[in-house]
Structure formats: structure tokens, C-alpha cells
Ligand binder design. Sequence first.
Ligand SMILES: *Cc1c(COP(=O)(O)O)cnc(C)c1O
Length: 224
Amino acid sequence: MSEFEERLEKVEARIEAACRAAGRARESVRLLAVSKTKPSEAVEEAARCGLRFFGENKVQEVQHKRPLCAEGLEWHLIGHLQSNKAKVAAPLFHMIHSVDSLKILRALDAHAEQTLPILLQVNVAGEAAKFGLAPEAVRAVLEAANASVHCEVRGLMVIPPFSPDAEKTREFFRALRLLRDRLEEETGTPLPELSMGMSHDLEVAIEEGSTWVRIGTDLFGARG
Ligand SMILES: *Cc1c(COP(=O)(O)O)cnc(C)c1O
């Protein structure tokens, strides 16, 4: 077994255990393999092991990497996007997890040529140095997306404040889920997706309803 296969097996076992503990079906959680900074060979190995969804945080890196990788993979943007990159990003990604302003929503809508699934990133903790919409600003962006031609909001995404103690992130995951529930009720928009949970806190995220766990380090090893 390769090093990657061993790491994947461990991550998979953790996801399965968390789903079981939460009384959820394994299929209700998708594994987004965060391949940022890793070469196309790493993506290819992951793809040979059956992974299909890859998370990246830089447009340029994916422009370079995607043509080197097998077709049929899905590329997801999980990092902040500047509006001058929207034109390149719209056709490059299958889903954008990190829509964090009305401005970027409008830029993506203007450049997309087909339906573009997006998630709205929420700065649940109100951290000054972090990207993401303030919770009270999400509804207006959701309604703008609903009125847009191409952008289709599928749910919400959060990057909670880092804590080595995963249990401390629970309140932020829960807040994202409750915000989602409220927005569904208030606007009637189905928001099935919650992108939350990384290497060290995927269990807590799954217990709180995550449908996309974004795993880099525990799959590909530490980033340089
Ligand atoms: C890098 C990154 C991850 C992966 O983090 P790991 O701790 O390496 O699993 C997840 N989400 C976002 C938004 C990231 O930038």
C-alpha cells in the first residue's frame, strides 16, 4: 500500500466512524481532496484511488494543473477570489465554495456561460482578518444570486477560527447550520450543502451536518 493509500484509508475510516456516530449515511458527506500546492502527480494518484473532487485556492495553479490531470475530475475553488480573476475562474471550476461578496457574485455571473454552483462563505466568528460574509449580509447575496442568470447557491461554507482543540470549532459549525436552516425557511431556497471541516476537525463538522469535508494535510501530507 502506498503512503497515500494508507492516509486515505485512515481519513475514510474517520469519516465513516463520524457518520455512524451521527446516524448519517456515508454518502451524505463528500470528501474534497485539497490538493493546493501539490503537483499533478499527487492528484493523479488520488484519482487512481477513486477520489473525484479536488479543492484548490489559487486560480493560476488550477489553470496550470487541471490540463495535466485526468478529465472527469471536479475542481472546487475554496480560496478568496478577486473579481479580476472571475472570467478565468467561472469556466475553470465546477463549484466555488468561497463566494464572499456581492461584487464577486456579479463578476462570476457576468462571465459564466452555464449554471455555476456556488456556496456563500460566511465569517461566522466575525474575525477582522478573514474573508466571508457577515451572517446578516448573507440573505441579500443569496437573493441576488437567486435573481442572477448563472449562479446557483447550493449552500454555505465556513472556515472557523483555528483551534488545536476541534471541539472548540463546534459552535461555528453549528452556527453555520442554523443560519442555513433560517435562510431556507425565510427565502424558500434549498441549501443542501454545508462545506465545513478540515483535517483536524472533520468529525465535529460531520456531527454538525457537513456535506463537504475539505481535507488537505491528512491526505497529501504537510504542505511545504
Ligand atoms: C488548505 C485548506 C483546507 C485544508 O486544510 P487541512 O488542514 O490541510 O486539511 C481546507 N479548507 C480551506 C479553505 C483551505 O484553505
